[in-house]
Write a new protein. Sequence first.
Length: 272
Amino acid sequence: MLEISKLVKRYGRDEPVLKELDLTVEGSSVVSIVGASGAGKSTMLRCINRLVEPTSGSIRLNGTELVALKGAALRRARRKIGMVFQGFNLIDRLTVMENVLAGRLGYVNLYQAISRRYPREDIERAFTLMERVGIAHYANKRADALSGGERQRVGVVRALMQEPEVLLADEPTASLDPRTSEQIMILLQSLASELSLPVLINIHNVAQARTYTERIVGLRHGKMIFDGAPDDFTRDALDAIYGGIESPEEEPVAPANPPPAQRDRGLPHDAT
Ligand SMILES: Nc1ncnc2c1ncn2[C@@H]1O[C@H](COP(=O)(O)OP(=O)(O)OP(=O)(O)O)[C@@H](O)[C@H]1O
């Protein structure tokens, strides 16, 4: 269980970017975090894995307080937090298998890491996961020979190799075409339930958030102003999150002639 309580992040002397956020995510929930650009979505995810230092507040992962951790204890805790990135963050000149095994770096010793001599169980786990997401036949291909969707699957498997207790995804579909985006969202949804893994996804595409996640958290100026089921994510909630700032992305496949009100405001077509 991930429990965030009164989380504050201030960069320098600026106004806080996160203002006393509270969020609890349990079991295999798939939660999307939506909000206009600059609302604090990435900062929130990066506070969880401590790529960004929280200013104050508490982040507990299965009972372990992450905010106070340093050194080896922080490295140990980070192993339990998988991260999937918009730009995939693969090493292009390495093979798919080598990229996937990089997810074990937090577990192996220096000699094993440098000589890339990973334990047999790690290699077996890598194959099992690669088979699960349909990329096992690419194991020996260079990462840069793969398509965007395949590269993101490598990113997902690398994160799962960490045996994470929570999976964070920062705009995981933003670099992908609509069809591939949907496949990745479906994959994250199914992996969450198969592995009983809570998943937090920063996402600009509100239509995908509504379709593929079971809970939507809306941020505006660093405050949580919506937390509920997709069915409760009404036009009012959308306006409260984006009103006067920007419009969320439209659905990937727009009807030829959307009604003028939707077309003008860039709203998802089923927003009510
Ligand atoms: N390292 C940093 N130093 C100073 N300010 C930062 C830093 N990182 C982010 N910010 C500021 O914090 C605010 C929130 O940024 P953040 O990237 O978390 O928003 P976001 O909701 O993820 O936006 P986007 O959807 O565009 O990625 C922005 O005003 C941004 O300029």
